[in-house]
Each structure stands twice: as C-alpha cells, then as structure tokens.
Ligand binder design. Sequence first.
Ligand SMILES: Nc1ncnc2c1ncn2[C@@H]1O[C@H](COP(=O)(O)OP(=O)(O)OP(=O)(O)O)[C@@H](O)[C@H]1O
Ligand SMILES: [Mg+2]
Length: 302
Amino acid sequence: MDIQISHLTKNYGSVRALDDVSLTIKGGMYGLLGPNGAGKSTLMKILATLLPPTSGSVTIGAYDLVKQPGEVRQNLGYLPQDFGFYRSLNAYQTLDYIATMKNIPANQRKAQIERLLEQVNLTKDARRRVGGYSGGMRQRLGIAQALMGDPALLIVDEPTAGLDPEERIRFRNLLARLSGDRTVLLSTHIVADIEASCVGVAVINQGKLVFNGTPDELVARAKGLVWQIDAAPQEWEQLEQHYSIISSRSASGSGLQVRLIAAENPFGRGVPAEASLEDGYMAVMSSIHAPASRGIKEASYA
Ligand SMILES: Nc1ncnc2c1ncn2[C@@H]1O[C@H](COP(=O)(O)OP(=O)(O)OP(=O)(O)O)[C@@H](O)[C@H]1O
Ligand SMILES: [Mg+2]
C-alpha cells in the first residue's frame, strides 16, 4: 500500500515539528531515521490519523487521510512509541480486548488471536501476565495488536529502543517477515535496524526531510568523506571542533584511532576508509558533501 505525503507541515503552537515534508513510500519495509525531536513520532501519528496535519496532504492507498480517516484506519496497524499495556492482563486477554475495540466479530476472534500469538512467537507465554514480560516480548505483543485485522500498512514507532541485541535482531527479523506482503514503516535511531532489511530510508532532522533513497544511496552520501586518523590525545579537541566524529578508540601507546567525516583529508594525514550506512547518516546530518557533488571532479585522497 503506497503512502504519498505532499508538503506536510505540523505546528504545535509555535513549534514547527514537520516542515514541508514530501515523500512517497511504497511496499516493503521503509525506515525513518532521525535524532530526538526530529519529528518522527509526529509524522507517524499523523499517518495513523491520530493527529491532524496543519497543512499539506497525505494519501494512503486510495484514501485521503484527512477526508477519509475511517477508511485509512481500516487498513493500518500502529504501534506507538509509548504503548501502554495493562500489566495484570495476559497476552491473550490483551489481544481479546483490542479485538473487541476493533470490532472483530466474536466468532473470528479466537482464531485470529491464536494466529497472531503464533506469528509473534508468544503462544507458549499467552497466559502469563504482561507485567512479567521482557521488553522484547512486550514489543512483540505490541506488533500482534497492530496486526489485528491484517492491515496492509504497519506503522511502528521506535520498537527496538531498549531491547537487548538478541531481542532486537529477533524483532527486526519479525518485521522483515511481515514486510513481505505489506508496507511497514519503522522509525528508529538505530542505523543497524535499517541496514538489515529496509528497501527505502528517509532521514528527517528538525522537521525537514534531509534524505530519501535506498540504504545504498545513503551509504553513497559518505563515499570519499570517511577517514581514519591516528591522533594524539591533545589533538582531540581540534578534531572534534572541525569534523564529525563517528568513533574513536585508544590505539597503541597513548594515541587514539579516530574515524570521522570530512570533506578534505584531516590534518593531511588521514587514511580513506570505506563508508557504512552510519557514515552516510552522519554525512547527511552534518550536511557535508563530497567535493564531487560541489562540482569539483573527484574526492581526492592525498
Ligand atoms: N504535543 C506536543 N506539543 C508540543 N510540542 C510537541 C508535542 N509533541 C512533540 N512536540 C515537539 O515536536 C518536535 C518533534 O517531536 P517528535 O516527538 O515528533 O520527535 P521524534 O523524532 O519522535 O523524537 P524521539 O526520537 O525523541 O521520539 C519536538 O520539538 C517536540 O518537542
Ligand atoms: Mg518519537
């Protein structure tokens, strides 16, 4: 199910949370990246019809979000960033409650709940209180409630935050599986979540769309801009002032090995490094462009 977002703006009083965002999202898994306060949740709440846009338009499938919110809702499942569970209910009761809210006919409820529990691998824990669940189990239950009614569009807002690496990978795989026959829009600030399985990625910063393309295209944004440099501790401040630092670790002796983004070779003694998705994200966020894209022929390695 395609989403077409056109010149979308959202103000909260004097705060502009989304600023003229235009974006088309097609089937499969689509990632939405951006720092805290970028506007990710605002965009998702608007798409989920829970928040009216200030201006602009959105169509989801054949429906206009503002004019036909009921039809849009019929086709979407949403897992909010701060989904609250009733801790004293078990998973089965939670889903039964949601099914009632969503008007799933009583004679279909049991079969649907059992299928969903199976899908998110919670069948054997279905009768345990949700209050005793791990973070990952809770998020999987959150996905199950969003999948109720088999929506063509699934919107999940930062579902992997706070999960341990193993749960995160398991959850990511679940989303990837679900995106086989529906559109999944996933927001995160964990770049690795996108790398694994997204067909497209959008980056927003301060309410503005700053990148939209494939993960490979995001990686390409950092090509020729990633450097590794061995630095003395006293050089750190200067590096931090002038460049976007990706990582650093102590090297032999008292030195540091620093990975950074820069348009030119840092201190003339950097060694070019291969770009990753995280580098691409940092390049977009720091709005550093390769010399080539400024009209100069090639990024040259001194
Ligand atoms: N109900 C609200 N009233 C006023 N301002 C709000 C409201 N909700 C969000 N904002 C502001 O809008 C901007 C975007 O917030 P939003 O929650 O959409 O960001 P986000 O990208 O989801 O951030 P995070 O990664 O922290 O979840 C922020 O400046 C935030 O403070
Ligand atoms: Mg958010």
